[in-house]
Design a protein around this ligand. Structure first.
Ligand code: BTN
Length: 250
């Protein structure tokens, strides 16, 4: 059974990671669309095995349970990124951008990120947990000193506190819209919108670090599976977010 995202919301004050809580609920059969929100995470996780700084009351820490039927779940980080960007733009009026595959960026600083974790039954997707972290009310001093120069928050951007009662309905609406396109197989529309939301234009020089290797080329867009395409000489190479990659611009 399918339900609109945001119809059922479980709120907790504190947990290790909302992705872990969502996973437990999904394994117990919780419906698609259920959301878990925490005020703090004691072991928030980011991509590439990193931790996600999740101090009490300052950020948005939530996870959504999805049970997509089709293939192409590699598009889901992009789907979630588009939704978060749209919600942030409509609440703040500021033009934030996406950095492939899952970073929300404002003036080159990271505002938020997405961690998608999937579970399969044989070759069928059982569930995907879409974890969303967004910096809301942090002042610069609230961030650990080692990340302070790379990150921002909606409060730093707008000089005022975000009204969560405005933000949440916008977020559910945008998530339902973009996930709806995904369910209808409108991958081209998702990919085009993602390309338009990126801070980097096609033709821009980019370097991808994959393990020990460093591949430089020109950014040529996003492919239909959500991969980043780099033009390297006469060749086009796609990279996928499951790989451990670092992207450098310019
Ligand atoms: C990234 O590294 O950019 C992804 C960060 C994702 C953080 C969110 S916060 C809610 C959910 N629970 C987690 O432990 N991580 C995600």
């Amino acid at each position: 059974m399918t339900m609109e995202i945001g119809t059922i919301i479980h709120r907790v004050r504190s947990c290790r990671s909302t992705n872990d809580l969502a996973e437990q609920l999904a394994l117990a059969g919780e419906l698609e669309g259920t959301v878990i929100i925490a005020e703090e995470q004691t072991k928030g996780r980011g991509t590439k095995g990193r931790s996600w700084y999740s101090v009490l009351g300052k950020g948005l820490y939530l996870s959504v349970i999805l049970r997509p039927e089709g293939p192409n779940i590699s598009l889901l980080p992009l789907v979630a990124g588009l939704a978060v960007r749209e919600a942030v733009t409509s609440v703040t009026g500021l033009d934030v951008h996406l950095k492939w595959p899952n970073d929300l960026i404002w003036e080159k600083k990271k505002l938020g990120g997405i961690l998608c974790e999937s579970n399969f039954l044989g070759d069928r997707v059982n569930y995907v947990i879409v974890g969303i972290g967004l910096n809301l009310d942090h002042e610069p001093d609230d961030f650990p000193v080692e990340i302070r120069s790379f990150v921002s928050s909606l409060k730093i951007m707008t000089k005022r506190s975000v009204d969560r009662d405005l933000l949440f309905p916008c977020l559910w609406r945008s998530l339902n819209y973009w996930y709806g396109l995904f369910r209808e197989g409108k991958n081209d529309e998702i990919v085009r919108a993602f390309e338009e939301s990126m801070a980097v234009a096609k033709g821009k020089k980019m370097t991808v670090l994959r393990g020990e290797s460093q591949i430089s080329g020109l950014f040529a867009g996003i492919d239909s599976r959500g991969g980043l395409i780099l033009e390297v000489g006469s060749e086009r190479i796609s990279f996928y977010s499951g790989e451990i990659l670092t992207i450098e611009y310019g």
